[in-house]
Design a protein around this ligand. Structure first.
Ligand code: PLP
Length: 417
């Protein structure tokens, strides 16, 4: 991977025509070490947040030895870059072929499930293996996430006890519970609440769990969304764990995706046309900006201008802009608002920050676009939960309103700022 000191140097050297993902492996490394040092349990990186090889390598080189995978290609990816990693197949619905390959070809022993049917499938395909770690995914009611993951997966509270009992009986190895409070969870208490629900299900089933897996959901920083410190989340989880009925050797696991990698990448795009407050960029909803379009998610931006042989970050009075991506689909629209210098125009570059999670990995090749090359930079990310940069992103009022609108649309209670 080509390395530049900053995106300014990249623009200076070769004004890239196509979008470029800026990798900041040092940011992923710092997050990895921070989670290892502060979370009192095992950290599984949720690979789907960013499956780039440089991410797997940076995390593995900094102490992350366990990975949450959801498909055979993700298993092969992790095996290729971190051969000794411990893998947990945490997708609650898997094909028989995927279970077979995971167990027999890749040595995976940990499988999630949320139904009796999936349990029977796992047992049948692994030929009654007794060395399985079976993790029952529970549906929990959690408040405070910007992105709900409820609804699709998780056994409900009525069926949970019998499934927990069946999983307990099916393995001589570890039986555990997991849940996901929703992504970008802004409230540490969501974890205690979910753990209390898990505890009630275990008590009703009359079994003890060997693993309590609190899932992902740990937040990062976006304009108008400054979460509490991650220490507060870990404290809440410790309190929740202390109140659960578990045995002395019960393991605590977590599966962060976003929090480990959000800071570690940005995307450098170029303005191809300006129409009033609309900037037409060379990346968009079908590229690395899925969340900016579909979730109307705000991201920090900065503008870089190359003119008269000089490359500089643009300054001056800011005004709000909207973005359009390069495809011909009207959905390829990112409302922002994105605050940029008012004279930004065709040929200027826009660096969109905090896109390490659910960024490049979402890109499609629709309409012939979506090829995004990756280079490395060693400057700091736009913001950091881990002390690399400032702890919040200043946000004009309209951006905060945008987030509130977003959360209201999702039925989340408004947080007082
Ligand atoms: C997506 C996912 C995660 C990671 O979620 P984040 O909100 O990115 O931390 C963890 N566990 C499972 C099962 C997931 O599907």
């Amino acid at each position: 991977m080509q390395t530049y000191h900053t995106p300014l140097d990249l623009v200076r050297e070769r004004s890239p025509e196509h979008p470029v993902a800026i990798a900041r492996p040092a940011a992923a490394a710092l997050a990895a070490r921070w989670f290892q040092d502060n979370f009192k349990g095992d950290v599984f990186y949720a690979v789907k947040a960013n499956p780039s090889p440089w991410v797997i390598q940076a995390l593995a080189a900094n102490g992350v030895s366990a990975f949450d995978v959801a498909s055979v290609p993700e298993i092969e990816l992790v095996r290729a870059h971190a051969p000794d990693a411990r893998l947990a197949f945490m997708h609650p619905v898997k094909s028989r072929a995927a279970i077979r390959a995971a167990y027999f070809d890749h040595g995976v022993r940990t499988f999630a499930l949320d139904s009796q049917e999936e349990l029977e499938k796992i047992l049948a395909v692994t030929e009654g293996a007794k060395d399985l770690n079976l993790i029952v995914r529970l549906a929990v009611q959690a408040e405070g996430a910007a992105y709900s993951l409820a609804g699709k997966f998780g056994v409900d509270q009525h069926q949970a006890p019998s499934l927990l009992l069946a999983a307990r009986r099916a393995t001589q190895d570890l039986m555990g519970v997991s849940f996901h409070v929703g992504s970008q969870c802004m409230r540490p208490t969501a974890y205690n609440a979910a753990m209390a629900q898990a505890s009630r299900a275990l008590v009703r089933a009359g079994v003890l769990a060997d693993v309590v897996d609190v899932g992902g959901g740990f937040p990062s920083i976006y304009p108008g969304m400054t979460p509490p410190a991650l220490e507060d989340y870990f404290d809440a989880i410790q309190r929740g764990f202390a109140e659960m009925m578990v045995h002395e050797t019960t393991e605590l696991w977590c599966e962060p995706g976003r929090a480990l990698v959000a800071e570690a990448s940005s995307i450098l795009t170029c303005v191809e046309l300006r129409k009033g407050d609309a900037l037409y960029l060379n990346d968009g909803a079908y590229g690395g900006l899925f969340d900016a379009a579909h979730a109307r998610w705000p991201f920090p931006v900065k503008a870089i201008r190359s003119a008269g042989g000089e490359v500089r970050e643009m300054e001056g009075a800011l005004r709000p802009f909207r973005f359009y991506g390069p495809t011909c689909d009207a959905i390829d629209h990112m409302p922002g608002p994105f605050w940029l210098p008012e004279d930004v125009n065709e040929g200027d570059f826009i660096e969109i920050g905090m896109l390490g999670a659910y960024g490049v990995t979402m890109a499609t090749r629709f309409n012939g676009f979506g090829a995004i090359e990756t280079v490395a930079c060693d400057d700091a990310p736009a913001a950091s939960m881990f002390g690399l940069a400032r702890r919040s992103i200043p946000s004009p009022r309209s951006e905060v309103q945008n987030v509130v609108r977003l959360s209201k649309a999702r039925g989340r209670k408004r947080r007082k700022k």
